[in-house]
Design a protein around this ligand. Sequence first.
Ligand code: AMP
Length: 196
Amino acid sequence: MIALMFGPPGSGKGTQASRVAVRLGVPHVAAGDMLRDEVARDTALGREAKPIMDSGGLVPDDLVVRMIEGRLGQPDAISGVLLDGFPRTVPQAVTLDAMLGRRDTNVDDVVSLEVPDDELKARILKRATTEGRSDDTAEGLAQRLMVYRQDTAPVLDHYREAGTRIEAINGVGDIDAITERIIESLKHNGAAVGNS
Ligand code: AMP
């Protein structure tokens, strides 16, 4: 199964994607985590990405696409994957669709986590004190929300127009309960989901 975890910054997509991937038995491929790893290793990509990430902007499509393409070519990702934070622009989605089309596959499902803006802000500012992410500031969030609305929200329309199933999930509440909402919704779509 190839699924996307979609949602605004602070919606809990990273937390939920790592749990849901275990249940689906597929790798969790998180673009943001991969980019932070490049930054930590001080690679050429990391050096280019860091100032953009810190300002809340998007890393250029070609760099992110190359990074994800490499990851999707690894053996563990051949039979399925849960993508988190990618695609984040319509051109990234078009490239992903072409990449999957060459393998005779496609995106099966998009999970869209829905969380109101005031809750996003509260969560991001809380995360700033616990995780110390350099983009978790009030200004960083405002910029990332703007980018989300302008560049990323149209990705959902792209998949809706393609006829891909979209699971709209209420992302507010207990973390376990939200995971179960996602799993139930995916099961409804016929996904093979484990219990643990
Ligand atoms: P995230 O961990 O998903 O919140 O991503 C953190 C930051 O990494 C984003 O604010 C962007 O700067 C960058 N980033 C992550 N995924 C992408 C992507 N698909 N395209 C461009 N930039 C990305």
